[in-house]
Design a protein around this ligand. Structure first.
Ligand SMILES: Cc1cc2nc3c(=O)[nH]c(=O)nc-3n(C[C@H](O)[C@H](O)[C@H](O)COP(=O)(O)OP(=O)(O)OC[C@H]3O[C@@H](n4cnc5c(N)ncnc54)[C@H](O)[C@@H]3O)c2cc1C
Length: 469
């Protein structure tokens, strides 16, 4: 006999938690909810994703400022013990998981937790590892994604790590080959290099961070190169072998074969949805990119929703997973009919400088056939960036021709990920270039750069005095 729940959630990561909490709020704790998951509570972000990676980046940035102070007259001696950094990160992750997931869930009496894999056996019915069956009147699939591994001869034999295993390393390897220069490869690669590792990134595309505009990617790449990261772009990994205890990665670039030797290989070539759930048994359509949903996150089975990384969508983000969990719960229990708006969702890459974007890029506006104007400024035009002695960065604004309504903002700056929140609010409010110019900003702050970029639509900013409206 199967146990029945008002809401059965597969997964206990970001999307699952926010859906469970929202459904509890909407029903004043009356909905019976089951969350089924594997691995540590909280899923990818807290355990092996956002949290440990941002800590590693922060540690590396601290060292960078000590090793190379930005003002003359400052000198420091320093030593690096990456083992201690990794130990601290593991401890901090445990604490974060406890505070934000374990302690939180214990406060909800209506939520039962099952630690098991689940697969569908029929309509809205799943089986757990111990043979137990659960049924949900409503079901949310929030099983996330996992690193996808390319079929490279010799890779499995030689051994490799992904962003899942990186955090268990005793110390950061002395040399590291990273396959893939997306956000994960670039973020970890730069931080590892700053902490003393010899890092070589091999990327099949002709730029790093494929998908972002070339000029901005180049700016980030130059900064990473100045931290010692080596790059082989337009390079296809052919095979991997082991020689004298070292891993050898062979790749082809412009028809020429090359080899790099390293202590460890980090595979960062993208992520695949965890959709191996026998979904056919419950009539949910999916393909290798994820579960198909409509704009309200409903799958092809009307009583089953999906949220987060398992969904077939171009963004894979903690914030998006959480938002989608909330929207799915509202649509299931409040019949709210709320849609997800991916276009207004901000994204960030936490390299140094960071890259962040919201809305249309110039390329996307062009492809969409929109009539737009675009302006960009360098962050060296912004007083606070000069005070901080940040020497690389750029802010671009894409605005609708005629109305001046802002439809996209991209930033490369040391604090681009924080700055993009203002950009996100600008798009959310439907503000124009004029509205941004009219909004007072604190002097000196890095966010003044957004206002300055808006002003560049009207005049030559090099001819303006400081803080002029
Ligand atoms: C290195 C790295 C850095 C990142 N940095 C950021 C960042 O800075 N900012 C940001 O916004 N995003 C970041 N992300 C992305 C973010 O972590 C994910 O988008 C987010 O965690 C997805 O949440 P989710 O709930 O969809 O899935 P997850 O958190 O992965 O949860 C899925 C859960 O489902 C479980 N599960 C899987 N299969 C089954 C099954 N058959 N039965 C039962 N349970 C199952 C899993 O064990 C897991 O508990 C990063 C990701 C990585 C890997």
């Amino acid at each position: 006999l199967s146990k029945e729940y008002d809401l059965l959630i597969l997964g206990y990561g970001a999307a699952a938690f926010s859906a469970a909490i929202k459904a509890s709020e909407i029903t004043s704790g009356q909905a019976s909810i089951a969350m089924v998951g594997t691995g540590p509570l909280g899923g990818t972000c807290v355990n092996v994703g956002c949290v440990p990676s941002k800590m590693l980046i922060s540690a590396a940035k601290n060292l960078k400022y000590i090793a190379k102070p930005r003002y003359p007259g400052l000198k420091a001696t320093y030593a690096v013990e990456t083992g201690e950094v990794m130990d601290f990160i593991r401890m901090a992750v445990d604490e974060e998981r406890h505070n934000k997931y374990e302690a939180v869930i214990s406060g909800y009496e209506n939520i039962d937790l099952y630690r098991s894999r689940a697969v569908f056996t029929g309509d809205r019915r799943v089986k757990l590892d111990d043979g137990q069956e659960l049924f949900g009147y409503n079901v949310l699939i929030a099983t996330g994604s996992r690193p996808s591994i390319p079929a490279v001869p010799g890779l499995a034999n030689a051994g490799y790590i992904t962003s899942n295993e990186f955090w268990a390393l005793e110390r950061i390897p002395e040399s590291l080959v990273i396959i893939g220069s997306g956000p994960i490869g670039s973020e970890i690669g730069q931080a590892a290099a700053r902490l003393g590792s010899r890092v070589h990134i091999v990327e099949i595309a002709d730029q790093i961070l494929p998908g972002i505009s070339k000029d901005m990617a180049q700016m980030v790449m130059d900064a990473m190169a100045s931290d010692g990261v080596e790059f082989s772009l337009s390079s296809m990994v052919k095979d991997v072998s082991v020689r004298n205890g070292k891993k050898i990665v062979r790749f082809e670039k412009n028809g020429v074969q090359h080899e790099i030797e390293a202590d460890e290989i980090l595979v960062a070539t993208g992520r695949s949805p965890n959709a191996d759930l026998d979904l056919e048994k419950t009539g949910v359509k999916y393909d290798r990119y994820g579960i198909e949903v409509d704009s309200t996150l409903r799958t092809s089975n009307r009583k089953i929703y999906a949220a987060g990384d398992v969904v077939k969508q171009r963004l894979k983000l903690e914030t998006l997973a959480s938002k989608e969990g909330v929207i799915a719960a509202e649509n299931m229990f409040d019949h709210a009919g709320i849609s997800v708006d991916l276009n207004s969702f901000p994204v960030a890459v936490f390299t140094s400088p960071e890259y962040a974007s919201v809305g249309y890029t110039e390329d996307e506006a062009l492809k969409a056939g929109l009539n737009y104007d675009v302006r960009s400024i360098y962050t060296t035009d912004v007083p606070k960036e000069r005070i901080l002695r940040n020497d690389r960065g750029m802010i671009k604004i894409v605005a609708e021709q005629g109305t001046g309504r802002i439809i996209g903002i991209q930033i490369v700056a040391e604090n681009a990920a924080d700055m993009i929140n203002e950009a996100s609010a600008i798009l959310h409010a439907g503000m124009t270039v004029g509205d941004v110019i009219d909004t007072p900003h604190v002097f000196p702050t890095v966010n003044e750069g957004i206002k300055l970029a808006a002003q560049s639509f009207l005049r030559d900013i090099s001819m303006m005095s400081c803080c002029m409206e």
